[in-house]
Write a protein that binds this ligand. Structure first.
Ligand code: GLY
Length: 371
């Protein structure tokens, strides 16, 4: 059964539909947002190989074969570049895209970010729909309107907030997702329980394996809960001037771990977030903000779900603590070199700490990286 979460942002409001079989219904579902009936689908080679036919059939049923164009890009983070942005804009303009046509981002976070950013600038802004195909993009990056590319100065450093008109999270496409990718998405699900929903964390402890195994009822509950929680936070703070930063729980540590390893695919984002959330709770306990029991419980759950939380054993180890600190201080959320951390008073009670205690953080990183 399809669940719908409404994201209430006034004129920029939209629905997130979560359920099986949505690719087949995609044409009918997106028709209200495609007045010209011209649809430009951006995807990558892997998603195209596995799911292009299903989406093409779903769209053709509504728009006919000729109205739908596919743009198939190489998979991987390198695609989130100025070069691909430029190429995609040129291709869309050569196809004479108009401001009333529709772009569809059909893929994981890379495609969602690139196609969404393209939609925000081509012809000064075209509507777009997200059809996320990874668990991570279904529960996090497809909702909330963040779009970006990576540049030499850092990941996601050039972008825009451009809300989609609709998000279709088809759970069926998750069946082809490698277990590692599913676990990576699970990190962003459990994050919601840790931020502001302790009963959901209890649920995660009991149901993580069912989610990781792809059990439809567990997946549907997990995705719907995570999206609804994210929607409420984005509604309160669309431009991340306050509470939206809570969604970065574990991410400042994670980005430093990923950057330290040169963003190697040995450590994918969700795996780094899993370790980063354990570090955020351990540091919170050390600072006396939360109990040691809470930090131990978080670490135990993440380990049980298959994450490596001991960073001396994480791909990319050994990590140099001074380099991790420097990377955390240069995170795009950092203000004038001061580190902003998301820490916690308890499970389900995250908080934003601006100007975190640098010496305490340095000492913590030194201990955590020591073998
Ligand atoms: N991924 C965090 C956010 O959308 O704010």
């Amino acid at each position: 059964m399809t669940q719908t979460v409404h994201v209430n942002l006034g004129a920029r409001s939209y629905d997130v539909c979560i359920g099986p079989g949505l690719l087949a219904q995609a044409g009918a579902l997106i028709a209200p947002f495609a007045p010209t009936k011209r649809v430009f689908v951006v995807t990558d080679e892997n998603v195209a190989r596995l799911h292009r036919d299903a989406l093409a059939a779903g769209l053709a049923a509504q728009f006919g074969e000729d109205a739908v164009r596919f743009f198939v890009l190489p998979p991987g983070e390198e695609t989130k570049s100025f070069a691909h942005l430029q190429q995609l804009c040129s291709q869309l303009l050569q196809q004479d895209i108009s401001r009333r046509d529709l772009i569809v981002a059909f893929g994981g976070g890379v495609i969602g970010d690139l196609a969404g950013f393209t939609a925000s600038i081509v012809k000064r802004g075209v509507d777009f729909v997200q059809i996320p195909t990874t668990l991570l993009s279904q529960v996090d990056s497809s909702v909330g309107g963040k779009t970006a590319i990576d540049v030499a100065e850092g990941k996601n450093m050039v972008g825009a907030i451009h809300q989609p008109r609709l998000v279709l999270a088809d759970m069926d496409v998750l069946a082809t997702l490698p277990p590692r990718e599913r676990r990576a998405g699970y990190a962003e699900i459990v994050k919601i329980g840790l931020i502001n929903d302790a009963p959901f964390f209890d649920w995660c402890e009991a149901n993580a394996q069912a989610v990781l195994d792809g059990d439809p009822a567990a997946l549907s509950h997990a995705i719907t809960t995570a999206v609804a929680a994210k929607a409420r936070i984005v509604e309160a703070d669309e431009r991340e001037e306050g509470v939206r930063a809570l969604l970065n729980l574990g991410h400042t540590f994670a980005h430093a771990l990923e950057a330290h390893g040169g963003y190697s695919t040995d450590l994918i984002h969700g795996e780094a977030v899993g370790a980063g959330m354990a570090l955020a709770f351990a540091h919170s306990a050390e600072l006396g903000l939360c109990s040691a029991d809470a930090a131990a419980r978080v670490r135990a759950h993440l380990e049980a779900a298959g994450f490596t939380t001991d960073i001396t054993k994480l791909p990319g180890a050994p990590f140099a603590p001074a380099k991790l600190f420097t990377l955390m201080a240069s995170d795009k959320k950092a203000e004038a070199g001061a580190v902003t951390l998301v820490l916690a008073r308890a499970i389900g009670q995250a908080l934003i700490q601006k100007r975190a205690d640098a010496e305490a953080l340095r000492a913590f990183l030194a201990r955590e990286t020591k073998t």
